[in-house]
Design a protein around this ligand. Structure first.
Ligand code: HEM
Ligand SMILES: [Cu+2]
Length: 658
């Protein structure tokens, strides 16, 4: 964790005329990760962790996509028997859980982890070791959840896992225990990550980067980090109660003994609806930042988009009952939650207008990322419309648990998460790898995904209106469902082929892509001021920021009609902070230099702690209580080891600090 050098704020070194000779080598030695496996396991570099998050989350997207493809094969025609009903249950559950928890949120954490310190002109996240912990626990949770496949007892009660079907008398195997414990692990990972983002936002922004000068991605992730901190306790409680009910015969959800099954639904959706925003708001941030580069102008309505992000998240805590309209809640509550669900579309609509205005007043350049952004806007609107439709209670009563909802949720999740994420890969991968992706393949990639998606998912609205229930493994022929389902399957496969084209492009470009250079898109924000890929220390001297678009200063016409094009940011001169791992701490709102923060070095403790936590989950799963006690002790021991006082002067000049 970051500690200050002295109890009183240390004086900030005066800006140097230029970096002193040998500075880069010195910083390199201080910040680089040791070679070999141990070095990799101990690394706390946010770029390394960010890339790991991205790779792991993308792998889970492919696994979830594979599960979806198998389901769509089963549903391609009526009365097929490729899958048993039981296996179908497991598949849609694993697909939902994988996509929501192991792909959609972690992939955004990956981008923010990689990009934030670079965008902020800092050297790392505020708590580099917590950052490593957050990744390792996420990986542990993913492996844990997928162990259920090896033992043939996958979670099978849907991604929202309603009781009583998820209770012990109805699902006796380990299936649901995998779900409960796996999600508890993820809660640890996400909470730790959220704390890190909040602190980094308020302490590590470059001098001069007041809160109204941060990229929108920072607003998106900051907001969702707060949301996560408030939403996750509900999930934690829900899963702990479930585990207690299942293993220790408590009666939290047992109606026969004074418990209540709706308690699960309330707790789950108090978490679950905010979670839906957690997996889209940072993606909206990614789009809002990329769009400036590709329209060659500043984002219209920056403040509105930022405020819209915050208000969406706040309102997001007041609409959870719209998932429960069909459970017999009192009519006053119905009208309250219905209107809440309609109001929440307003901030989103403001963002849509902001993007359209930015494109309208700018000079759009349709490179691949911009195509994905345009596609995203279309899908966002469509998904939003089907969302308001289901916010109307009578309409929802008709359509709840039908394919209409499946269509809606995919328009929202694929439209607002997957499309921006692929755009962001095309945009930021060159920074990470040093190579551009192929544009021609990129265009093919976009069109196959866009056409495939609409072909596959639009007909689901129709299937829903015709009454096809969700979560059924097959359907009768001759009731009007054959054609829509065939089209849906074909479209899904075209979409899947599109995703694979991206993978092909990635590997092709890794070898053959054009070298990217520092700033291939002529983009305005700080991450483009350093080399591609950036050195371990990010910036040799820490930059000072004088506007929202520091790299566009002094370029009349680029800031979108801004008369004041004076150069105010100081990018290549500044404090070198080379006395060990150091970065600059600034004030929370105005970003005035405040203190020099000493950053911790690489450490194996986060990895050990994550292993101990995951082992604890396995022990609880198998009811090995004594082993669980040992694992709990190991968890405690890892924390003590982690917190053991270190010599703060150690490693001041050379690398290799504890
Ligand atoms: C190739 C792309 C995809 C295809 C073909 C696909 C297909 C499906 C299918 C067939 C179902 C089950 C419907 C049912 O029987 O009720 C489903 C459910 C679901 N999908 Fe997808 N999906 C895709 C991508 C995604 C993505 C990217 C996400 C999230 C980011 C996602 C989230 C979900 C969720 C949350 C469910 C509900 C699971 C449940 O009912 O418990 N899907 N999807
Ligand atoms: Cu909701």
């Amino acid at each position: 964790m970051a500690t200050t050098t002295a109890p009183t704020p240390a004086p900030v070194p005066a800006p140097l005329a230029a970096p002193s000779p040998g500075l880069a080598e010195r910083l390199q030695r201080t910040w680089e990760t040791a070679p070999g496996l141990l070095g990799a396991l101990a690394s706390v570099d946010h770029k390394e962790i960010g890339v790991r998050y991205l790779v792991t989350a993308f792998a889970f997207l492919l696994v979830g996509g594979l599960e979806a493809s198998v389901m769509r094969a089963q549903l391609a025609a009526s009365n097929l028997h490729l899958l048993s009903p039981e296996l179908y249950n497991a598949l849609f559950t694993m697909h939902g859980v994988t996509m929501m928890f192991l792909y959609a949120s972690p992939v955004l954490s990956g981008f923010s982890n990689y990009l934030w310190p670079l965008m902020f002109g800092a050297r790392d996240m505020a708590y580099p070791r917590l950052n490593a912990l957050s990744y390792w626990v996420f990986l542990g949770a993913g492996i844990f959840l997928y162990t259920s496949v090896l033992v043939g007892q996958m979670p099978n009660a849907g991604w929202f896992n309603y009781v009583p079907i998820a209770s012990q008398p109805y699902t006796a195997g380990l299936n649901i225990d995998f779900y409960a414990l796996g999600l508890l692990l993820l809660t640890v990972s996400t909470t730790v990550g959220a704390v890190n983002f909040v602190t980094t936002f308020f302490k590590l922004r470059a001098p001069g980067m007041s809160v109204n000068r941060v990229p929108i991605l920072a607003w998106g992730t900051l907001t969702t980090s707060f949301s996560a901190l408030f939403a996750l306790p509900a999930l934690t409680a829900a899963c702990v109660f479930l585990f207690l009910d299942r293993r220790f015969h408590t009666h939290f959800y047992d109606a026969g003994q004074g418990g209540h099954p709706l308690l699960w639904q309330h707790l789950f959706w108090m978490f679950g609806h905010p979670w839906v925003y957690i997996v889209i708001l940072p993606a909206i941030g990614l789009v809002s930042d990329m769009i400036s580069t590709f329209t060659r102008r500043r984002l219209v309505g920056y403040t509105w988009v930022a405020l819209g992000t915050i208000s969406t998240a706040l309102l997001g805590f007041g609409v959870w009952v719209h998932h429960m309209f069909a459970t017999g809640v009192p009519s006053l509550a119905l009208s309250f939650f219905s209107s809440g669900s309609m109001v929440i579309t307003i901030p989103s609509a403001i963002s849509v207008f902001a993007w359209i205005a930015t494109i309208w007043y700018g000079r759009p350049v349709f490179k691949t990322p911009m195509l994905f952004i345009a596609g995203f806007i279309v899908l966002f609107v469509l998904g939003g419309v089907s969302g308001v439709m289901t916010a109307a209670v009578p309409f929802d009563w008709q359509l709840t648990d039908t394919y209409f909802v499946v269509a809606h949720l995919h328009y929202v999740l694929v439209g607002i998460n997957v499309f921006p994420v692929i755009a962001a890969f095309y945009y930021w991968l060159p920074k990470m790898t040093g190579r551009m992706l192929n544009e021609t393949l990129g265009k093919w990639n976009f069109w196959t995904m866009f056409v495939g998606f609409n072909l596959g998912f639009f007909p689901m609205h129709v299937a829903g209106l015709l009454g096809m229930p969700r979560r059924v493994y097959t359907y009768e022929s001759g009731i009007g469902l054959d054609a829509v389902n065939l089209v849906t399957t074909v479209g899904s496969y075209v979409f899947a082929a599109g995703v694979l084209l991206f993978v092909v492009n990635f590997f092709w470009s890794l070898k053959n892509g054009e070298p990217a250079g520092d700033n291939p898109w002529d983009a305005p924000t700080l991450e483009w001021a350093t080399s591609s890929p950036p050195p371990p220390y990010n910036f040799a001297v820490l930059p000072e920021v004088g506007s929202r678009y520091p790299l566009w200063e002094g370029r009349p016409g680029l800031e979108g009609g801004n008369e004041d094009t004076a150069v105010r940011s100081i990018i290549h001169r500044g404090p070198p902070l080379d006395q060990g791992r150091e970065t600059l701490g600034t004030t929370p709102l105005d970003g005035e230099p405040q203190t020099v923060l000493r950053m911790p070095g690489d450490s194996l403790w986060p990895f050990f702690l994550a292993v101990a936590l995951t082992a604890l989950a396995y022990a609880l799963l198998f009811g090995a209580w004594r082993t669980a006690a040992v694992c709990a002790l190991l968890v405690g021991a890892s924390i003590i080891g982690w917190l053991w006082p270190e010599d703060v002067t150690e490693g001041l000049v050379t690398a290799g600090e504890g």
